[in-house]
Design a protein around this ligand. Structure first.
Ligand code: ACO
Length: 166
């Protein structure tokens, strides 16, 4: 039996361990540097990041999966949405409905908060996750390209920013 609960700042270390397992699976260890201290701060209710997480645990309290999400905003809908940043289930617990239960719980939260969409990104080689989300009714956004300004690009753009109006 696995149950799902809202993660608290005290779960930051457990979540970071799972995040590192996900990073290894996604072959992105070179880009993953999660900090227990920062996540602890960000999971606190007063944190500005709005980062929230769900933990899936066995009856013995072993964490076997998580979902981490935060709110985004649609100008076209002038409404809040949810961005599902990460979803992970430990390999030996896959195929038992835990990932589906985590996403359904996120969907329940989205519905309760009046969100009209949940956005997420999957690496293009991750056919299993794409099939998993397809089974849950997710549609690919083929006409969009995902872009990012990294830390260096932010610094460069910020340096050239015009002064803010008083
Ligand atoms: N192919 C087709 N359908 C699948 C597959 C698959 N490989 N895996 C699951 N499904 C379907 C199942 O049929 C199931 O449908 P059902 O509920 O009608 O039976 C449904 O998806 C849910 O399956 P679960 O057992 O709930 O999924 P699981 O617990 O195995 O978790 C997950 C799925 C999270 C993708 C898991 O495989 C995992 O952790 N993978 C590695 C990490 C990963 O890829 N995470 C997603 C990255 S993208 C992001 O985080 C936004």
């Amino acid at each position: 039996m696995v149950s799902i609960r809202t993660a608290t700042p005290d779960d930051a270390k457990t979540l970071v361990d799972l995040i590192l397992e996900l990073a290894a699976f996604e072959q992105l260890m070179d880009r993953a540097e999660p900090s227990v201290e920062l996540l602890e701060q960000h999971l606190a209710e007063e944190a500005l990041t709005g980062c929230e997480a769900l933990l899936a645990e066995t009856e013995r309290g072993t964490a076997v999966g998580f979902a981490l999400f935060f709110h985004n905003y649609s100008t076209f809908q002038t409404n809040v949405g949810l961005h599902l940043e990460d979803l992970f289930v430990k390999p030996t617990y896959r195929g038992e409905g835990i990932g589906g239960a985590l996403v359904r719980r996120v969907a329940r939260i989205a519905e309760e908060r009046g969100c009209r969409r949940i956005d997420l990104a999957v690496l293009d080689w991750n056919d299993e996750a794409i099939a998993f989300y397809d089974a849950l009714g997710a549609e690919p956004l083929d006409d969009w390209t995902t872009l990012r300004l990294d830390e260096d690009a932010i610094e460069e753009a910020a340096t050239a920013a015009p002064p803010a109006a008083a």
